[in-house]
Design a protein around this ligand. Structure first.
Ligand SMILES: [Zn+2]
Length: 287
């Protein structure tokens, strides 16, 4: 099973996770820029975080045989903080970098007017830079948030095929299925979706335009939930080809629209199994 995790926050995971992921078949991933828990109080901390997403983290992933890409954005949770707003002026510089394959996570947290503005602005940035967009749907009031997100996407003029609406569930998937947007699902140990419910969604909606991720962050989460979903699909009678489509070819097709995917396996994986798992060399620096 070859796996491309289209949404996973490796910044909050350890090298043990990279090892386990490689051993289970994960060869590529996308790490979206997100909220770090502790509110940020200046633009400088975003710049350092973004530099980590295009420098240190791909370097670390490569040591373990995994190709790392990222998405960049001012996340919805911090969109309302005036101290963070200047991040919008910082973004264009990062959206030109290798390894940045979409704008995201954008979308709603509490659906405030500030969030509206920041969301629309960032979809415009995606259009300007020829990048797809990753839209996070809110945890509260999910159906209303999904509907409103789809309105904003429609108004942006971005082709729906360049947009993924993420963190969907049985209630919200139906709102997105007919729009032409991609449908993203985060599989968690005890919240959001689990792998068996995901299999039921795949039975009902098919495998087209569906992305499955583990989202793994520092909360209770599991970076192997993509693998578990693949196993649950096989157990339920889906073919190896179906699994490959959902867990590899779909994310490659979606993020490939950026023209920036790099899917050559880095040498790190073999080194790892030759007994050398120590971080070597120096990370890419970013000007
Ligand atoms: Zn996320």
């Amino acid at each position: 099973m070859r796996i491309f995790d289209p949404h996973i926050h490796m910044t909050s995971r350890t090298t043990d996770d990279y090892e386990r992921m490689y051993a289970a078949g994960v060869r590529a991933l996308v790490e979206p820029a997100f909220w770090l828990g502790q509110p940020r109080t200046s633009v400088g901390t975003f710049a350092d975080y973004f530099d980590g997403l295009v420098g240190w983290e791909p370097f670390r992933a490569a040591q373990f045989g995994i190709r790392h890409h990222c998405t960049m954005a001012l996340n919805p949770k911090e969109a309302g903080d005036p101290r963070c707003r200047p991040v919008l002026d910082l973004l264009p510089r990062y959206l030109e970098k290798d390894g940045v394959v979409a704008v995201g996570e954008v979308g709603y947290d509490s659906m405030t007017p500030e969030e509206d503005e920041v969301f629309a602005h960032q979809l415009a940035l995606a259009a300007e830079h020829g990048l797809p967009a990753l839209v996070h749907t809110p945890h509260r009031d999910k159906a209303a948030g999904t509907r409103r997100s789809l309105d904003v996407v429609r108004e942006s003029g971005l082709p729906p095929g360049r947009v993924v609406i993420d963190h969907l569930n049985e209630v919200t998937v139906g709102l997105v299925a007919g729009t032409g947007c991609w449908m993203g699902f985060s599989i968690y140990p005890d919240t959001k979706m689990d792998e068996d419910r995901m299999v039921a969604v795949l039975r009902e909606y098919g495998t087209e335009r569906i992305l499955v991720n583990s989202a793994a962050d520092w909360g209770r989460s599991d970076p192997l939930k993509t693998v578990r979903t693949g196993e649950a699909m096989l157990a339920a009678g889906f073919t190896e080809d179906d699994v490959d489509r959902v867990l590899w070819r779909n994310p490659v097709e979606f993020y490939g629209q950026s023209g920036r995917l790099d899917l050559d396996t880095p040498a790190g994986g073999e080194a790892l199994f030759a007994g050398n798992s120590v971080l070597r060399g120096t990370p890419r620096t970013t000007a």
